[in-house]
Design a binder for this molecule. Sequence first.
Ligand code: ZN
Length: 95
Amino acid sequence: MRYYVQNLNGTGNNDVPNGYTSWLDFWEKKANKKVGYCHAVNCSAKAEVGAHVKIVGETNVQYIVPLCKGCNNGTDLFYVDGPLVPINSNNTIRL
Ligand SMILES: [Zn+2]
């Protein structure tokens, strides 16, 4: 699925949950996929970070999605391809 998201600022690696080495590692294990290319639509760079985003028009649930550093910048709005992995496991993965 494709989602319209807003990138969230000020979300470094220092708050990665126990048992994960990075937000990318968190995304891989929760999505059961390997990180490849940036999930931003029309970007073909290699994914470098597990970016924090929220879906535009929905509640403030934070999700992780792999992006390149160029796309993980500011608070831009853009389209990404799922899966989006919620930080809080009470929320469901958006495929
Ligand atoms: Zn990108």
